[in-house]
Each structure stands twice: as C-alpha cells, then as structure tokens.
Design a protein around this ligand. Sequence first.
Ligand code: SDX
Length: 370
Amino acid sequence: MTATKGLEGIVAATTSVSSIVDGVLTYRGYDIDDLADNATFEEVVYLLWYGSLPSHSELAQLKAELSASAAVPAPVIDILRLFPANTPTMAVLRTAVSSLALYDPEAEDMSKEANLHKAIRLQAQIPTIIAAFTRLREGNAPVSPKEGASIAENFLYMLTGVDPDPVAVKALDKALVLHADHELNASTFAGRVTVATLSDIYSGVTSAVGALKGPLHGGANEAVMNMLEEIGSIDHIDDYIRGKLDRREKLMGFGHRVYKGGDPRAKHLQKMSYELGKSTGNLKWYDMSVKIEGLVTGLKGLRPNVDFYSASVYTTLGIPRDLFTPIFAISRCSGWTAHILEQYENNRIIRPRAEYVGQADQKYIPVDFR
Ligand code: SDX
C-alpha cells in the first residue's frame, strides 16, 4: 500500500453534478461560461439539485420556497448574540449551521423529501446567519429577510437594511453562479465523507464549512485581499512577489490542483473586477491584481484561481473582508447539498486505507520502567 499525498489524481467518487475535463468546468453538462453569462444563481441551484434547468413555474416555486425559508429560528439568532464580536465569521457559520439542526423537526428524517427540504433551508438560511452576525457584531439589530428577493439581493439587503444597488446585486449573483460547484473539491469531499456514514445533511454541511474555511481552500479570497493591502501600491509589487517566491512562500489566489492551464472562472471575475472598479472610479485593486498576475505567471507559471479576482470584486462592492469566504459558502452550499443528496442516492461508507510509516515491533513496558 502506497499513499498518494493529498489524494492527487485519485478518483474517489462518481458524480453527475459537475465535471472538470481538460480545463472546462460544467455544471450538469452546462459550460460555466454559458451559465456565468446567462443564468441566475437560483437557476443554478435548481440545476444542481434537480439535474435540469427549471421552467418558469419550477423556478418561481423554488424562489418562493427559498424566500419562505430564509428566516433563521430565533434561538439561533440568540446564539449569535453570545459569540465574541471578533470571532471569524466562518467560525460563527460553522457553529450556527450545526445549531440549525437542533431546531429543524426534520433534522433526523432521512427521506429524500426531508433532505430536499433541509437543503432548501440551509441554502436560504446561511445568508441570513452571515448577515445577522455581521450586524450584531457592529451593535445593530439583524434585518429580517426581504420577501421575494433573490439570494444575492436579500443578502445585501440584510447586511445594510436598505435596498441594494442593482449593479451590486447582479455582480454578486454572478459570483454566486461561478462558485456554486466544483467537482470533488476539499469541502465537498468533506461533506460527502460525513454523510456517507448516513449522518444527517446538517453534519455534512458543517464539515464542509469547516473545510472551506482554510486558506488553502475558500479562505484564500480573504488572504488575497490581505496581500493586496499589505503590498499597498503598485510600485511595491515587484519586491513583494519576488521576495515571497524566493522564500518559497505560497501566493494566495494562485495555483490549483486540477487546473494547470488556468481556472475558467477567473476570467469572469477579472472582468467583473475591472467593470466594478471602472464604475466606482477606483481601479487600484484591479490594476494591482493584473500586475501581480503577470509577474507570478511569468516567474512561476502559476495562474490565478477563483479566489484571486473575487477579492477585488467583493472589496469594490464594499463587502467586509471576513465575509468573502462566507459568501463562497453561500454559493457552495448549493453544490455541497447537491453532492450530499447524490451521495445518499447511491451510498457506500467512504473509508480509504493509510500507509503505515510508524514504529514497528514495540513491546509494552510498564510505566515504572519507561
Ligand atoms: C479553491 O479544489 C478545488 O476545486 C478548490 C476550488 C473550488 O472551487 O472548490 O477551486 C477553490 O480552493 C481554490 C484554491 C485556493 N487556494 C489558494 O489560492 C492557496 C494558494 N494555492 C495553493 O497553496 C495551491 O496551489 C493549492 C492548495 C490550490 C493546490 O495545492 P496542490 O495541488 O497540493 O499543489 P502544491 O502545493 O503541491 O504545488 C505544486 C507546486 C509546488 O512547487 P514545487 O514544490 O513542486 O516546486 O506549485 C507550487 C508549489 O510550491 N505552488 C505555489 C502555489 N501553488 C502551487 N507556489 C506559490 N504560491 C502558490 N499559490
């Protein structure tokens, strides 16, 4: 038995939710470029869960269900009030998602119907939790969800209590489409491993949130913005990047296990970063990002991933930095739950082997003689 570090190249599941073949990402057979330019996030959620794009009435029904489920149980909001204001929002989300199960009468119902209900509740309530905590930590009362609003519009509305700019809603909606699913990424795998024990969907999504939080995965978008701010200005990029590479440090927002020729989502986020920067009259973060990309690709052959330009997109939208990864979670909840539902359909516990590299032939010595 020989281990493959990081399971690189190992095919650990079959899926019909999404695929990456020769650098092309598809959700249920639809190219991400097509969906990014044309679909709304709610259409994508429907596509991921049910396998086809919705009709008018199917879409209207899903939107109504999501809207009706967006309010979070009052005890969960009360728990948020107890958390220290400086807690990272992803840590809050991890605990809050787990706590949702305690107030869901269907939490332990493993029927397909109940699992779909829970997927809808999770998708609808994760944005509410994030917005509520953001307001509470600033001493403001949470804002109730706006009836009939899309997930993107409602999230921005619940953050501020005022109707958001339609340009911002459209940009966020597109970012949600781009982040919705990505084959067997680390958080999706974590979710699938958890539910493959026949544990409940809340346990699966809690595992997934924990995995997404790390800076080698979803946490990289926040780290990219930290880097841009640390560099400070376009003149300092050269020294900073060369220094990092000389010290063999990781550059956040670059590289990918699967894509070597570039992440197909990055170009959409780059374009959004430019358009938003231009419309707000502040292209600083965009210009810096482009220069960093050129340098890193030239020196190291590394290409930006989904997290690189999303940092300047969210910053230009005025979103607090520690909500970048939670926004990734809002979107990826659709993919996590689609994969979890798929795992339940054809389940087998996921239990690989390990290559033992520890000591051998040890003999027990009583504690007095050690
Ligand atoms: C996401 O998997 C998914 O699908 C994830 C995701 C999704 O949608 O779910 O796409 C979202 O998580 C994007 C990735 C976000 N993470 C980062 O931006 C963090 C920085 N990137 C990396 O640390 C790294 O590239 C990973 C984690 C993304 C991939 O790690 P791998 O596949 O284990 O690659 P590696 O670390 O073994 O790197 C291979 C080589 C090494 O050089 P050598 O030792 O062979 O000389 O490339 C170098 C690495 O040092 N390298 C980097 C680098 N990424 C790779 N060097 C500097 N900076 C980097 N970012």
